[in-house]
Write a protein that binds this ligand. Structure first.
Ligand code: MLT
Length: 272
């Protein structure tokens, strides 16, 4: 299948990529990045799956979605694309803010979720202090732009060893952040601060679920993933050594392997 990078749907430009055939896998990116963070997954999985990545509103190639201030709005943005692509059900993979968005998807569209992968994320809502922190970061974004946000976020996104030994990765992530509009960054912060607590949702999840986390994740530490995995019936937890918050990017082989073996265990592979 041919790669497509943009569609105008209901007057809104949606940036996405689509590769391969078979079971649809939909990847939802973290704050304040873009679909480009999933390149190592696209490269590996496209030979056996229909791999879709999407830019949330105001990120990468996507227009900001007018009047959106919530993760539910991001969930609708994703289904706007999936309806356009005539995809009814998919396996969803969300990392961090992508995981928060995945909770929103499960809350409103569970019948369209075949299985999910919650990577480097948490079920709890923001604390009072967390919300204040979001507001300060929005002030920084307005005043100093995406480059100041990159300076704040890079040490949170990547493990210390990645920061020290992989300057090329650091630069790739920096460029993704610089490519995000200030408005997109601010909408993310408002939406994340307003997101509801999803802890009560965990025990109601009935689809196959994989929980992944980098062992050195400082933004959403391992304990958050253990908490989710203990409460989601039948879920599996995989910890990824030598990875921080962006475990998919820092250790793509281990991350991809975990997804492939999860899909195999649950017989979600593409039909032959
Ligand atoms: C992310 O990676 O999406 C963010 O660290 C999430 C957050 O700030 O809560």
């Amino acid at each position: 299948m041919e790669e497509r990078v943009k569609a105008v749907i209901d007057g809104i430009t949606v940036g996405y990529s689509e590769h391969g055939n078979g079971t649809p896998l939909v990847f939802i990116h973290a704050f304040p990045l873009s679909k480009a963070m999933w390149e190592p997954q696209v490269d590996e999985l496209k030979s056996t799956y229909r791999v879709i990545t999407i830019d949330l509103g105001g990120h990468g190639e996507s227009d900001i979605v007018p009047w959106n201030d919530s993760l539910d709005g991001y969930a609708k943005h994703i289904f706007r694309l999936l309806d356009h692509l005539e995809i009814d059900q998919a396996v969803f993979v969300g990392l961090s803010m992508g995981g928060y968005t995945l909770f929103s998807i499960y809350r409103h569209f569970s019948d369209r979720v075949k299985a999910m992968v919650l990577a480097d994320t948490r079920a709890q809502a923001d604390s009072k202090e967390g919300k204040v922190g979001r507001q300060s970061m929005a002030d920084v974004a307005f005043k100093d732009g995406a480059s100041a946000i990159a300076d704040i976020m890079l040490p949170k996104l990547l493990a210390p060893s990645t920061l020290e030994h992989h300057p090329e990765m650091v630069e790739q992530i920096r460029q993704m952040i610089l490519h995000t509009s200030t408005a997109g960054i601010v909408v993310d912060l408002v939406a994340m601060a307003a997101r509801p607590d999803s802890t009560n949702l965990l025990s109601t999840i009935t689809c196959p679920t994989l929980v992944l986390v980098g062992e050195e994740d400082q933004a959403t530490p391992v304990a958050e993933s253990q908490y989710m995995a203990q409460r989601i019936p039948g879920s599996t937890l995989v910890m990824i050594p030598q990875a921080g918050h962006l475990s998919n990017f820092e250790q793509p082989d281990t991350f991809n392997q975990a997804i492939q073996s999860f899909l195999k265990t649950h017989r979600l592979q593409s039909p032959a």
